[in-house]
Design a protein around this ligand. Structure first.
Ligand code: GLU
Length: 417
């Protein structure tokens, strides 16, 4: 598998073709600032001790404390966390929130662990990395296969270590315990706002727009439901096992409730939707739809399948779903890609709101969160669209130009003797 971090650096090089930055900036942005690599010893339910490999990387902190999620996945590795921490830096700068970029990972398959074992892994992560994180240094959050409950265990462990109540240590906590309203649906809502603005620019209405969503985790399921409720025709959805497709449209909320109740993979639920059929994830990506939303994982659209993509618009809810080779093929085909660093930035934006609320000790209502999120994402969307038009580049390169410019000016202003 190609290096994800290399993909990220190739995207950065593309931006450098249109942006003059100092040699110092290139040197600083070419690698992370710091990283820890450690192993978490966990007593398993059967009494045996097992160690889990873990990472936390701070890519850059010139714009503020570093920010980014922690991923639990059997496939996570240093290269992947490096790329993800880099994209967090780009993302935070793009939406103009005062954070640098970070990411963490634990090599673990949560599907094989009991809840008590997952709790011990989560608390172990904080014990291993507490000195490297904190509300003024590095603020973690959920990512793939981590959720509000895990954030709560991590928050509790941090409070115990510090002997203080420090809710701003981590975001994505349950609302009852210092979390922010709207955080769980924020990634999808940000993507939804991008789609709404795009439809306005293209003079299109939801009723005439067909969408396929790959991934039925937090981001994908919320987005599919929001789009369906706004009148879009969601013709296909999938999880890691495969998905369902129906040209007349699906009801994602209904399918989510059945999936939860029956604890079955989506592909086996086709009989629960009229005229639906089971499809593979590969087939979903190649469907004839207006908008394709990869909301699962990285490296899904590659040079092998990019030529077969029929959607004219791709909205990246996942991080890094499109490889640089695929980007080139799609650009030639005239496909518009709303890049991950913009389309999924709603998550970290509401994380920022959560951090602010925790520090103030004053909590906002959902309406306030929604309005502020809308303002930030809509502004970032149009700014990126304007740069794209002005410079004649892709939307991804336009996003990078805006972000890198911001980080670069901070690096140059600070200097280094
Ligand atoms: N893991 C999410 C992302 O990739 C959220 C990060 C955060 O809220 O800090 O954007």
């Amino acid at each position: 598998m190609a290096s994800l971090f290399n993909n990220a650096l190739q995207q950065l090089d593309k931006a450098y073709e249109h942006l003059k930055v100092s040699k110092d900036v290139k040197e600083i942005l070419g690698s992370p600032k710091e990283a820890i690599h450690f192993w978490i010893p966990v007593r398993m339910d059967n009494g045996e001790l097992q160690t889990f490999e873990a990472f936390r990387i701070h890519y850059n902190d010139h714009l503020g404390p570093t920010k980014g999620g922690i991923r639990f996945s059997p496939a996570v590795c240093l290269d992947e966390v490096e790329a993800l921490s880099f994209w967090m830096m780009i993302k935070c700068a793009l939406v103009d929130i005062p954070f640098g970029g970070a990411k963490g990972g634990v090599v673990v398959d949560t599907k094989q662990l009991s809840q008590a074992e997952i709790e011990r892994v989560s608390r172990g992560f904080v014990r291993g990395a507490a000195g490297f994180m904190g509300p003024d240094r590095d603020i973690p959050a959920p990512d793939m296969y981590t959720n509000a409950k895990i954030m709560l265990w991590m928050s509790d462990e941090y409070n115990t270590i510090r002997g203080k109540y420090k809710p701003a240590f981590i975001t994505g906590k349950p609302v009852a315990l210092g979390g922010s309203l709207g955080r769980d649906s924020a990634t999808a809502r940000g993507g939804f706002f991008c789609i709404r603005e795009l439809m306005k620019l293209k003079n299109k209405t939801p009723e005439k727009t067909k969408v396929a969503v790959q991934g039925f985790g937090n981001a994908g399921s919320h987005l599919a439901i929001m789009l369906h409720e706004a009148g879009y025709t969601v013709t296909a959805i999938s999880d890691s096992s495969g998905g369902v497709h129906c040209e007349e449209g699906l009801d994602p909320k209904h399918l989510l409730s059945i999936k939860k109740k029956e604890k079955k993979p989506l592909k086996s639920l086709a009989s629960h939707a009229p005229n639906a059929r089971a499809i593979t994830n590969e087939q979903l990506l190649e469907l004839k739809v207006d908008i394709l939303c990869p909301a699962a994982m990285e490296n899904q659209i590659t040079k092998e399948n990019a030529g077969k993509i029929k959607a004219q618009i791709i909205v990246e809810l996942a991080n890094g779903p499109t490889t640089p080779n695929a980007d080139e093929i799609l650009e030639k085909k005239g496909v518009l890609i709303v890049p991950d660093v913009l389309a999924n930035a709603g998550g970290v934006t509401v994380s920022y709101f959560e951090w602010v609320q925790n520090r103030e000790g004053y909590y906002w209502d959902e309406d306030m969160i929604d309005r502020r999120l809308d303002k930030i994402i809509t502004k970032a969307f149009h700014r990126t669209n304007d740069v794209m038009k002005e410079k004649g580049v892709t939307m991804r390169t336009a996003a990078f130009l805006t972000s890198v410019k911001r980080v670069a000016s901070a690096i140059d202003a600070k200097g280094l003797i």
